[in-house]
Design a protein around this ligand. Structure first.
Ligand code: DSN
Length: 480
């Protein structure tokens, strides 16, 4: 089937004969084109309409996802919502540009505009995080970690990190990740009773293991991380320090969590968790131009990172994504963004407090950031994280199961739930709504009957009542 490039409509009849003319008599067809070029605004206008006309299947799925988001509570700690301005940059002509390398050293022509875009994104990222160096090209947070590890380690070098079963991230050395396959990974742990990082124990492990790199930062840890202590440990054993702040990057921008940028040699983050487009970011503080030997070459840390980004690990940067990052970093400079980060924490604290008040087992007794970790295994005669996630989802409350430190259950089932407040906060919810959400979660988790580790029953009147209340809340605090 042939489609009209501009309208997305199926071509037949007279339009098809025009296409034929292009094939046969290109010059003549070009002459028939209107003299006035389509403006940038005209070109991008009605993008959703073009999708509908071209691919009804994807269009309907996109609409279904929009409806899902508008009618359920998004409490996944790793999720956030970008602005429509960020979406516009993502869905723009910039997506079509191919190049390699960095500004001033590209391998393709026609980069004058994307060079300006990348320069802007870099300078705004540095301003947002108060950093000396920013690399906006990583395709993801995991990709950013891959670049750092590849830049400064040799295959088989030792890494010390928080295990994934303790709250760490897969790309910090999990056996199933490339980081676990290519490097020699040792883990540090949270305390068995308090579930807090124990810096003395981490130091002892570091002295024993003598890693070349220590990684701090977590996917499931609800307390403040002391980056200064991690740096002191790294210095004592002669290790590099990588701080992966993906989960708390927005809080760091706002000063709602201490920044690692001048403590760590490298700071990485995904850009969607703080509310931007999908993608990754590498930051450095005052040591960005320190010369070090890695892979047999003595270069600055920044040069090692750039050589490893391209050609080491990535090809063409996603320049539409880089444009969207620039838009997002500008948004983070606004008072509204910064104030919201403190509200995200206040909402998480309210949620934790209300759930604890209803008798739920909140890990570490509360939270300092955007997430709340719950142990559900003491509910309903052996509730699993999987059942809790499934029955909450049936009622319109979207969360994710999470393995807890020292969890006896497998990762496919778990004893825990992880909740997060970035999206509900962005939608305008506050303390009163956190109390309501806690009551709804409580009703579901106490009302569910466990059949197996993955199966359950919940009475229809209860699930309908919760569902209706969720929809009411969502109507009042919808995505705009
Ligand atoms: N890091 C994963 C999480 O925290 O859920 C997703 O990026």
């Amino acid at each position: 089937m042939l489609l009209d490039e501009h309208s997305g409509e199926e071509l037949h009849g007279s339009k098809l004969s025009t296409v034929g003319a292009v094939d046969k008599e290109a010059g003549e067809a070009i002459n028939k084109r209107p003299e006035k070029l389509q403006s940038c605004e005209e070109y991008h206008k009605g993008i959703l309409d073009a999708l509908r006309r071209t691919d009804l299947d994807v269009y309907e799925l996109l609409k279904a996802e929009y409806d899902r988001l508008q009618n359920s509570l998004q409490l996944i700690a790793a999720e956030n919502r970008c602005s429509r301005a960020v979406l516009a940059a993502l869905g723009s002509v910039v997506q079509n540009k191919t190049t390699e390398g960095f500004v001033g050293a590209r391998y393709h022509g026609g980069c004058e505009v994307v060079d300006d875009i990348e320069t802007l994104a870099v300078s705004r990222a540095k301003e947002a995080f108060d950093a000396q160096y920013a690399n906006v090209q990583p395709h993801s947070g995991t990709g950013a970690n891959q670049i750092v590890l590849t830049a400064i380690l040799d295959r088989g070098d030792k890494i010390l990190s928080l295990g994934v079963d303790q709250g760490g991230h897969l790309s910090h050395g999990a056996p199933v990740s490339f980081t676990g396959k290519f490097f020699d990974v040792a883990n540090y742990y949270v305390d068995k009773k308090t579930f807090l990082l124990d810096y003395d124990a981490i130091r002892d492990t570091a002295v024993r293991v003598r890693p070349r790199l220590i990684i701090c930062g977590a996917s499931a840890y609800s307390r403040t991380i002391d980056f200064g202590k991690f740096r002191a440990i790294a210095d004592e054993v002669g290790a590099y320090l990588l701080a992966d702040i993906s989960h708390i990057a927005g809080l760091v921008i706002a000063g709602a969590h201490p920044s690692p940028v001048d403590y760590a040699h490298f700071t990485t983050t995904s850009t969607y968790k703080p509310g931007g487009p999908r993608g990754g970011l590498i930051l450095m503080g005052k040591e960005f131009d320190r010369k070090v030997n890695a892979g047999g070459k003595t270069l600055s840390l920044a040069e090692h990172i750039e050589r490893t980004t391209f050609p080491g690990v990535q090809g063409t940067p996603y320049l539409n994504n880089v444009a969207a990052k620039a838009v997002f970093f500008k948004e983070t400079l606004r008072d509204e963004y910064r104030a919201r980060q403190f509200k995200i924490i206040a909402n998480a604290q309210r949620l934790a407090c209300a759930l604890a008040g209803l008798g739920h087992d909140v890990l570490t007794g509360g939270t300092d950031n955007h997430m709340v970790l719950l142990n559900v295994s003491n509910l309903g005669g052996g509730l699993t994280g999987l059942v809790a996630q499934k029955c909450l989802e049936q009622c319109g409350i979207i969360v994710n199961m999470n393995r807890l430190p020292y969890d006896k259950r497998a990762a496919s089932v778990t004893s825990g739930l992880r909740l997060g407040t970035p999206i509900v906060t962005k939608n305008g919810m506050g303390a009163a709504e956190m109390n309501s959400i806690s009551a709804l979660i409580d009703a579901v988790l106490k009302g569910v009957r466990v059949i197996t580790n993955s199966e359950y029953q919940i009475d229809e009147p209860l699930s309908s009542e919760v569902r209706d209340k969720v929809v009411d809340l969502c109507r009042k605090f919808s995505m705009r």
